[in-house]
Design a protein around this ligand. Structure first.
Ligand code: NAD
Length: 520
């Protein structure tokens, strides 16, 4: 039942969920454009200057505080990120409000054209974008390219959807009356994007909001400001009017508090950890501002003994260690049926230990470093705790070197549910493999956490597939696949993994409100 083309994919570092969603390489050979970032040589590994981008102005210096952006491979400083001041944020809010009044009047086909032009520019600049992305996050260049292709697809989808925002009419109660239901842009949006997939998770927020006719102020993660600025520059070069998109950088809690508390902001979109999502949702509730929350997960994978184990492994290992495990939909808790458990553990361990870990810029690298020191500490804490609870490491379990944040691909077995790693999302390169006897028991284990973003199951029996798809409590369920990368389908979680969706028609809907106009 798995997509046959998946089995032919060559390397890992190319997660199957993304590969399947990514078109064949189609970016044009690099050529010069007016983009200041792009004027640098594509072979240059130098980082780019960082700035607040507010109302079309690039703001840095002038006594603003700064913090370092690090290369996670070796811990060296890539650049200096200026922090937004209160005055910067007020300027961004006022700019966003002004720009919204104009942008909402721009016809949908023109909004669409600007978004699609920005996607063409990202394609043209893809090689330099990918290098910057790898420098910031550490992921292998092949993964960075794939993420950018997926970002483009998601933005193209949103840009096209701008033309398909429909209202409806209902029968009036009066002989010559009209009853019209229309969809309108909700207003200026405050968006907060994380570091793990920084191009996709900024690009799809921006494109969907702009497609709907909203303006947006976006704050990328402190680890990945340049990736967001490159996307913003593509929009500027595509002709987006000043202020429709503002980028602010700096201290997350100060920025989120100021923006979300402002009555100018009419919508909040956040991707990141569940505890932060709860804080931001509470802030938004003070203004009765709607929010879309893409939060953490802890994805279970149920492997039944009737599945093709070699095919499951061929999908599972790349997906597990994609982005060094820092993916909210990463397969994490593997529940494997008795009959195939031993072989599964043995083969999984062998495949994980063969992964080449290193510099994402090295074409031989299949897994880069963790993105920051916080993840390194989290991995060390979670693995030690699992072992102290009786868990066994079958491979990995250690930091590599003492510079940067490299960590071994790790497999754990015999970990009890009381261990922290069975309850808190590791967001790192660790697979935890447990055994089960009957499917109902596995479903119960899979559903026991308060998360519900992604869940997976592998079986060749239709009745089991249906049971698993019906009973797994999750916003997304993959049956014999890890593939959720289609921009035409909604992406989102249930339970404490959040609410609302990105992508699909739902992703545009998130930036619209409904108006009923009744004519007598
Ligand atoms: P962290 O708590 O240090 O912060 C992570 C991100 O949240 C940063 O990008 C930061 O800018 C942002 N943030 C923190 N406080 C904020 C605030 N008050 N307002 C606005 N933004 C704020 O966590 P971490 O170590 O970087 O990441 C680990 C956890 O994050 C994982 O366990 C995972 O659950 C979650 N995460 C989820 C996603 C996702 O796609 N759903 C992405 C990234 C991280």
């Amino acid at each position: 039942m798995a997509c046959p083309s998946l089995t032919r994919e060559r390397s890992f570092g190319a997660p199957l969920s993304l590969l399947c969603a990514t078109m064949p390489p189609r970016f044009a050979p690099p050529h010069r454009s007016t983009c200041s970032l792009w004027r640098r040589s594509v072979t240059s590994l130098s980082y780019v200057p960082l700035y607040q981008w507010i109302d079309g102005n690039k703001l840095s210096g002038d006594g603003r505080e700064t913090s370092d952006v690090l290369n996670p491979f070796d811990g060296t400083v890539l650049g200096s990120m200026p922090h937004a001041t209160e005055a910067d944020l007020q300027a961004a809010l006022e700019s966003s409000q002004r720009a919204f009044k104009q942008w909402r009047k721009v016809p949908a086909w023109e909004r669409s054209a600007i978004i699609l032009k920005a996607t063409n520019l990202i394609r043209e600049r893809l090689e330099q974008f990918a290098t910057i992305l790898t420098l910031e996050v550490g992921k292998p260049l092949a993964e960075a390219r794939m993420e950018l292709n997926l970002t483009v697809e998601s933005m193209v989808w949103a840009g096209e959807e701008a033309k398909r925002i429909y209202g409806r009419t209902v029968e009036s109660r009066l002989p010559h009356g009209r009853a019209i239901i229309s969809r309108e842009p909700i207003g200026p949006v405050a968006a907060f994007a994380p570091w793990n997939v920084p191009a996709l998770l900024t690009g799809r927020k921006i494109a969907a909001a702009l497609a709907a006719g909203c303006s947006m102020i976006i704050k990328p993660s402190e680890e990945t400001p340049a990736t967001c600025l490159m996307i913003a520059e593509a929009f500027a070069d595509a002709g987006l009017p000043a202020g429709v998109l503002n980028v602010v950088l700096g201290e997350p809690s100060m920025i989120s508090k100021t923006l979300i508390s402002s009555p100018i902001i009419r919508k909040v979109s956040f991707t990141g950890p569940t505890p932060v999502g709860k804080q931001l949702a509470a802030l938004a509730a003070q203004q009765v501002t709607p929010v879309t929350m893409e939060l953490g997960g802890h994805a279970p994978v149920i492997v039944c003994d009737d599945a093709n184990i070699d095919a499951v492994l061929a999908f599972s290992v790349p997906n597990k260690y994609f982005n060094a495990g820092a993916s909210c939909i990463a397969p994490t808790r593997f529940y494997v049926q008795d009959g195939v458990y031993d072989a599964f553990v043995e083969k999984f361990t062998a495949a994980a230990s063969a992964i080449k870990v290193g510099n994402g810029l090295d074409p031989e690298t299949r897994m880069g470093p963790l993105a920051n020191g916080r993840r390194l500490q989290a991995m060390e804490r979670l693995i030690a705790d699992a072992v102290s609870h009786g868990g066994t490491i079958t491979t990995g379990g250690k930091r590599i070197g003492d510079q940067g944040f490299l960590y071994e691909p790790t497999v754990l077995v015999n970990v009890p549910e009381s261990a922290q790693i069975m309850n808190d999302e590791p967001f790192g390169p660790v697979a935890i493999i447990s055994r089960f006897t009957n499917v109902e028991e596995a479903i119960e284990k899979a559903n026991r956490l308060p998360f519900g973003l992604a869940a997976y199951a592998f079986t060749s029996t239709t009745a089991r597939a249906n049971l698993l798809a019906d009973c797994l409590e999750s916003g997304m369920v993959g049956i014999n696949t890890y593939y959720f990368g289609m921009p035409e389908a909604p992406f989102g979680g249930v339970k404490q993994s959040g609410y609302g969706s990105e992508n699909g028609t739902e992703g545009i809907d998130a930036y619209l409100v409904t108006k009923f106009a009744n004519y007598a």
